[in-house]
Design a binder for this molecule. Structure first.
Ligand code: FMN
Length: 206
Protein backbone atom coordinates (compact mmCIF):
# COMPACT_ATOMS: atom_id res chain seq x y z
CA UNK A 1 0.00 0.00 0.00
CA UNK A 2 1.61 3.23 -1.13
CA UNK A 3 0.76 6.92 -1.12
CA UNK A 4 2.34 9.65 -3.24
CA UNK A 5 2.22 13.13 -1.69
CA UNK A 6 2.85 16.20 -3.85
CA UNK A 7 3.83 19.34 -1.93
CA UNK A 8 3.07 22.47 -3.95
CA UNK A 9 4.93 24.85 -1.65
CA UNK A 10 8.22 26.42 -2.69
CA UNK A 11 9.26 26.65 0.98
CA UNK A 12 11.29 23.75 2.32
CA UNK A 13 10.15 23.01 5.87
CA UNK A 14 7.20 25.40 5.43
CA UNK A 15 3.69 24.99 6.74
CA UNK A 16 2.56 22.67 3.94
CA UNK A 17 5.48 20.39 4.85
CA UNK A 18 4.34 20.37 8.48
CA UNK A 19 0.81 19.36 7.43
CA UNK A 20 2.17 16.57 5.21
CA UNK A 21 4.63 15.34 7.85
CA UNK A 22 1.70 14.88 10.24
CA UNK A 23 -0.03 12.77 7.59
CA UNK A 24 3.16 10.83 6.88
CA UNK A 25 3.60 9.83 10.56
CA UNK A 26 0.03 8.52 10.62
CA UNK A 27 0.41 6.66 7.31
CA UNK A 28 3.52 4.91 8.63
CA UNK A 29 1.62 3.87 11.81
CA UNK A 30 -1.05 2.45 9.50
CA UNK A 31 1.53 0.45 7.50
CA UNK A 32 1.25 2.66 4.42
CA UNK A 33 4.43 3.54 2.52
CA UNK A 34 4.84 7.24 1.65
CA UNK A 35 6.81 9.16 -0.95
CA UNK A 36 6.69 12.96 -0.85
CA UNK A 37 7.81 15.11 -3.76
CA UNK A 38 8.11 18.87 -3.28
CA UNK A 39 7.47 20.59 -6.58
CA UNK A 40 6.69 24.20 -5.60
CA UNK A 41 10.36 25.17 -5.87
CA UNK A 42 10.73 23.75 -9.39
CA UNK A 43 10.44 25.45 -12.75
CA UNK A 44 7.22 23.88 -14.10
CA UNK A 45 5.49 25.44 -17.06
CA UNK A 46 1.81 25.09 -17.82
CA UNK A 47 0.13 22.89 -20.44
CA UNK A 48 0.34 24.27 -24.00
CA UNK A 49 -2.44 22.01 -25.33
CA UNK A 50 -0.12 20.58 -28.03
CA UNK A 51 -1.69 17.13 -27.72
CA UNK A 52 1.69 15.38 -27.99
CA UNK A 53 0.89 13.37 -24.86
CA UNK A 54 -1.91 11.59 -26.74
CA UNK A 55 0.61 9.97 -29.11
CA UNK A 56 3.74 9.83 -26.91
CA UNK A 57 2.01 8.83 -23.66
CA UNK A 58 3.94 11.47 -21.75
CA UNK A 59 4.25 15.24 -21.62
CA UNK A 60 6.34 16.95 -24.29
CA UNK A 61 8.14 18.87 -21.51
CA UNK A 62 10.39 16.28 -19.91
CA UNK A 63 10.53 17.56 -16.35
CA UNK A 64 9.33 16.50 -12.89
CA UNK A 65 5.82 15.91 -14.28
CA UNK A 66 7.10 12.92 -16.28
CA UNK A 67 8.98 11.73 -13.17
CA UNK A 68 5.79 11.89 -11.11
CA UNK A 69 3.75 9.93 -13.68
CA UNK A 70 5.09 6.41 -12.89
CA UNK A 71 5.00 7.14 -9.15
CA UNK A 72 1.34 8.13 -9.47
CA UNK A 73 0.58 5.04 -11.57
CA UNK A 74 2.13 2.80 -8.91
CA UNK A 75 0.44 4.51 -5.94
CA UNK A 76 -2.81 3.47 -4.29
CA UNK A 77 -3.45 7.03 -3.19
CA UNK A 78 -2.45 10.59 -4.01
CA UNK A 79 -2.28 13.57 -1.63
CA UNK A 80 -1.99 17.01 -3.19
CA UNK A 81 -1.17 19.89 -0.85
CA UNK A 82 -0.89 23.57 -1.58
CA UNK A 83 -0.17 26.82 0.18
CA UNK A 84 -3.04 29.20 -0.55
CA UNK A 85 -2.06 32.05 -2.89
CA UNK A 86 -4.80 34.63 -3.51
CA UNK A 87 -7.50 32.23 -2.36
CA UNK A 88 -6.34 29.60 -4.84
CA UNK A 89 -3.78 26.83 -5.14
CA UNK A 90 -0.26 27.95 -5.95
CA UNK A 91 0.34 28.35 -9.70
CA UNK A 92 3.26 25.92 -9.89
CA UNK A 93 1.16 23.13 -8.41
CA UNK A 94 -1.69 23.79 -10.84
CA UNK A 95 0.75 23.74 -13.81
CA UNK A 96 2.07 20.42 -12.52
CA UNK A 97 -1.34 18.83 -11.90
CA UNK A 98 -2.86 19.97 -15.22
CA UNK A 99 -0.02 18.33 -17.09
CA UNK A 100 0.21 15.25 -14.84
CA UNK A 101 -3.46 14.38 -15.07
CA UNK A 102 -3.83 15.31 -18.76
CA UNK A 103 -0.71 13.56 -20.06
CA UNK A 104 -1.14 10.23 -18.26
CA UNK A 105 -3.40 7.64 -19.86
CA UNK A 106 -3.34 5.03 -17.08
CA UNK A 107 -6.52 4.22 -15.20
CA UNK A 108 -6.72 6.38 -12.07
CA UNK A 109 -10.08 5.08 -10.92
CA UNK A 110 -10.23 3.77 -7.34
CA UNK A 111 -6.92 5.37 -6.41
CA UNK A 112 -7.85 7.40 -3.34
CA UNK A 113 -7.29 11.16 -3.43
CA UNK A 114 -6.98 13.77 -0.69
CA UNK A 115 -6.22 17.46 -0.93
CA UNK A 116 -4.84 19.83 1.68
CA UNK A 117 -4.85 23.65 1.75
CA UNK A 118 -2.52 25.67 3.96
CA UNK A 119 -3.02 29.39 4.58
CA UNK A 120 -2.49 32.25 6.95
CA UNK A 121 -6.22 32.99 7.10
CA UNK A 122 -8.48 32.81 4.02
CA UNK A 123 -9.08 30.84 0.82
CA UNK A 124 -8.68 27.32 2.18
CA UNK A 125 -12.06 25.96 1.18
CA UNK A 126 -11.88 27.44 -2.36
CA UNK A 127 -8.44 25.84 -2.77
CA UNK A 128 -9.68 22.55 -1.31
CA UNK A 129 -12.54 22.50 -3.85
CA UNK A 130 -10.17 23.40 -6.69
CA UNK A 131 -7.78 20.55 -5.88
CA UNK A 132 -10.53 17.97 -5.39
CA UNK A 133 -11.62 18.53 -8.99
CA UNK A 134 -8.61 16.55 -10.27
CA UNK A 135 -9.83 13.48 -8.38
CA UNK A 136 -13.50 13.74 -9.19
CA UNK A 137 -12.95 13.85 -12.95
CA UNK A 138 -10.73 10.77 -12.69
CA UNK A 139 -12.92 8.21 -10.91
CA UNK A 140 -10.89 8.67 -7.73
CA UNK A 141 -12.75 8.39 -4.41
CA UNK A 142 -11.93 11.33 -2.14
CA UNK A 143 -10.90 10.77 1.47
CA UNK A 144 -12.23 13.23 4.02
CA UNK A 145 -11.57 14.14 7.63
CA UNK A 146 -13.34 15.81 10.57
CA UNK A 147 -13.14 19.23 8.91
CA UNK A 148 -12.30 20.50 5.41
CA UNK A 149 -8.63 19.72 5.07
CA UNK A 150 -6.88 22.92 6.03
CA UNK A 151 -4.02 23.96 8.27
CA UNK A 152 -3.24 27.54 9.29
CA UNK A 153 0.04 29.39 9.65
CA UNK A 154 1.94 32.21 8.01
CA UNK A 155 5.66 32.11 8.73
CA UNK A 156 7.43 28.77 8.32
CA UNK A 157 6.73 26.57 11.33
CA UNK A 158 3.59 28.34 12.55
CA UNK A 159 1.38 25.46 11.39
CA UNK A 160 2.86 23.35 14.20
CA UNK A 161 0.71 25.45 16.59
CA UNK A 162 -2.55 24.64 14.77
CA UNK A 163 -3.68 21.73 16.95
CA UNK A 164 -7.04 21.32 15.17
CA UNK A 165 -5.42 21.50 11.74
CA UNK A 166 -2.88 18.82 12.65
CA UNK A 167 -5.58 16.59 14.10
CA UNK A 168 -7.50 17.04 10.85
CA UNK A 169 -4.39 15.80 9.00
CA UNK A 170 -4.04 12.71 11.24
CA UNK A 171 -7.71 11.80 10.90
CA UNK A 172 -7.47 12.36 7.14
CA UNK A 173 -4.49 10.01 6.82
CA UNK A 174 -6.20 7.37 8.96
CA UNK A 175 -9.41 7.60 6.92
CA UNK A 176 -7.44 7.50 3.68
CA UNK A 177 -5.49 4.40 4.80
CA UNK A 178 -8.78 2.71 5.70
CA UNK A 179 -10.29 3.58 2.31
CA UNK A 180 -7.26 2.32 0.38
CA UNK A 181 -7.23 -0.95 2.33
CA UNK A 182 -10.99 -1.36 1.90
CA UNK A 183 -10.74 -0.73 -1.83
CA UNK A 184 -7.94 -3.30 -2.13
CA UNK A 185 -10.19 -5.86 -0.42
CA UNK A 186 -13.16 -4.80 -2.54
CA UNK A 187 -11.13 -5.25 -5.74
CA UNK A 188 -10.24 -8.80 -4.65
CA UNK A 189 -13.83 -9.70 -3.78
CA UNK A 190 -15.81 -7.85 -6.44
CA UNK A 191 -13.27 -6.70 -9.05
CA UNK A 192 -13.16 -3.18 -10.45
CA UNK A 193 -16.39 -1.49 -11.58
CA UNK A 194 -17.31 -2.36 -15.16
CA UNK A 195 -16.20 0.31 -17.62
CA UNK A 196 -18.26 1.39 -20.62
CA UNK A 197 -16.74 0.52 -24.01
CA UNK A 198 -16.87 4.03 -25.37
CA UNK A 199 -16.14 7.25 -23.46
CA UNK A 200 -18.57 9.89 -24.76
CA UNK A 201 -17.18 13.35 -25.53
CA UNK A 202 -20.05 15.52 -26.75
CA UNK A 203 -18.72 19.05 -26.04
CA UNK A 204 -22.35 20.10 -25.42
CA UNK A 205 -23.05 20.48 -29.15
CA UNK A 206 -23.96 17.05 -30.40
C1 FMN B 1 1.78 35.08 -3.21
C2 FMN B 1 1.13 34.70 -1.91
C3 FMN B 1 -0.23 34.79 -1.79
C4 FMN B 1 -0.85 34.43 -0.58
N1 FMN B 1 -2.22 34.46 -0.51
C5 FMN B 1 -2.83 34.08 0.64
C6 FMN B 1 -4.26 34.05 0.73
O1 FMN B 1 -4.99 34.30 -0.23
N2 FMN B 1 -4.80 33.69 1.92
C7 FMN B 1 -4.05 33.41 3.03
O2 FMN B 1 -4.60 33.14 4.08
N3 FMN B 1 -2.68 33.35 2.95
C8 FMN B 1 -2.07 33.68 1.79
N4 FMN B 1 -0.69 33.61 1.70
C9 FMN B 1 0.07 33.10 2.86
C10 FMN B 1 0.43 31.61 2.71
O3 FMN B 1 -0.68 30.84 2.32
C11 FMN B 1 0.95 31.07 4.07
O4 FMN B 1 2.10 31.82 4.43
C12 FMN B 1 1.24 29.60 4.05
O5 FMN B 1 1.53 29.19 5.36
C13 FMN B 1 2.41 29.24 3.15
O6 FMN B 1 2.66 27.86 3.20
P1 FMN B 1 4.15 27.27 3.05
O7 FMN B 1 4.91 27.69 4.29
O8 FMN B 1 3.99 25.80 2.96
O9 FMN B 1 4.70 27.83 1.79
C14 FMN B 1 -0.07 33.97 0.52
C15 FMN B 1 1.33 33.89 0.37
C16 FMN B 1 1.93 34.25 -0.81
C17 FMN B 1 3.43 34.12 -0.95
Amino acid sequence: MKVLMINGSPRKGGNTSIALQEMEKTFLEEGVEVETVQIGNKDIRGCIACGTCASKGKCVFDDVVNELAPKFEEADGLVIASPVYYASANATLIACLDRLFYSTGFDKSMKVGASVAVARRGGCSATFDELNKYFTISGMPVASSQYWNSVHGRGPGEAAQDAEGLQTMRVLARNMAFLMKSIALGKEKYGMPKQEDEHMFTNFIR
